[in-house]
Design a protein around this ligand. Sequence first.
Ligand SMILES: *[C@@H]1O[C@H](CO)[C@@H](O)[C@H](O)[C@H]1NC(C)=O
Length: 491
Amino acid sequence: MRSRSFLFTISIGAILIIFVSIRTGLLTVEARTNTYKKWEDLTTNEALERVREENLHGYQYAAPDEDFNEEKLSERDRDLLGKLAKGGSIARDKRTQTIERLYGLDSEDAWNRHIEELDDEGLPPLTKFTQRYIYEHQHPESCKDKKFIVMEAFPNDESFGLGAVMFSISMNLNLALRFNRILIYNPQDGPGRHFIDPSSHELCGKSMDCFFERISSCTMDDLTPDNHFLLPARKEIDQEIMNTDPGSLPQIFGIALKRMYPMITPDALKYWWRGQAVSYIMRFNARTMAELLRKRRDKALHKSLSFDGRDIVDGSNIPFPMPAGSISMHVRHGDKGIEMKLKPFQEYLDAAEGFISQNPMGYRKIAFVSTENPEVLESARDHLQKEHEMYKVVNAKVRTTSDWAWTWYWSDIPRANIGPEQQLETFGNRTDMTINWFLQLMMAIECDMMIGTRGSGWSRMLDNLRCGWLGKCQQPFFDVGDPQDWVFYGI
Ligand SMILES: *[C@@H]1O[C@H](CO)[C@@H](O)[C@H](O)[C@H]1NC(C)=O
């Protein structure tokens, strides 16, 4: 009798316990859904309440903002710090050396060696093979008995931006390789001749050879009436050439890549080829590179804006190279609104901040901004002002990132929110302005992450060149544009 009532009591107890835990369990789940709404879904009052709670409870576990005191260090530690400051253990790393080497290239041979020495893992597939192949094709042992394609300025050359000119040359380089011809420019009327100032014509002609290593060792002297045709075509040329799709690539590379990646998309192949082609075409010659390096080091030519914990500081010191983990933002405005929807600067910022907050050790709030729109730089300043106000606010969005505030860098070159030809006309010396733009390109590819819009040829070119010249293809590119811009770009 006794043991039965004991069992009975225990069972009742067990049922009660189960019942109570279900109840409280349910309660807990309800409470969670209330508390853990996403930050951006909270009303202002809820956000304030969240911050208050974090202060009361969880926030005590955030890292303290300490004042570090050198006085408290041991003799040995102070000694070690002294050595560190002298550069002992932060000697120039490989990244820095590669970027410096790029700025020092002064001949075709130096370019070829530079590409060979890059680490394979950061390069697009088959880059070394392809660059050698193009170089050898364009530099035959003898130019006799060869056939040629001679590229001339487009009828509406002036309306082409630098990106468009480069990619048009890429398309013709495909034709040349595909049909076993050598591509050369007409030095008196080359594509992109409007980028060269009349004052430079004598020194460097009227083709892109003014800025780049010569595209071929063959010249106009090697032409005979029957061994070449002109592009854009002045008369009928082979149907086979006429019918070649502008988005195609030389057969040999298509075959090799499909062996590696049988399911590679045609658009990835096109993007790959454009990258290989511009990496070859745009090898800056010694004169351009010397000028780029001079401008890169010229303090009067650059500006910075940062927050030092008290004030917003205007400066002119851009580190060379741009620091590891820094970000390039190319904000294409100007005349581009004709072709695509222009993206406000805020979208670039949101993309960058979202990514950095997820990868705070890899990337920093340090950016090189290139744009034709002076208002973008004003927006950067406004944003820094907001960060200044938010400094040390207890808020996950402010703290879960790499740095309290952005450091902005840009070059102090003439800007106007208009198209490239109008800019060239407005700013005087065309050669000099073009070199300024190339400088923007070099500084952008020094950075380790890119934000841009692939609808802009310039943005694509930046991505292509950081891959081909610096092996940065495995670093992120954020496209803030329309996804279709990725494939449906014309030239
Ligand atoms: C224009 O700029 C180029 C390149 O810096 C220079 O060689 C040329 O002399 C300049 N022309 C004039 C008129 O200053």
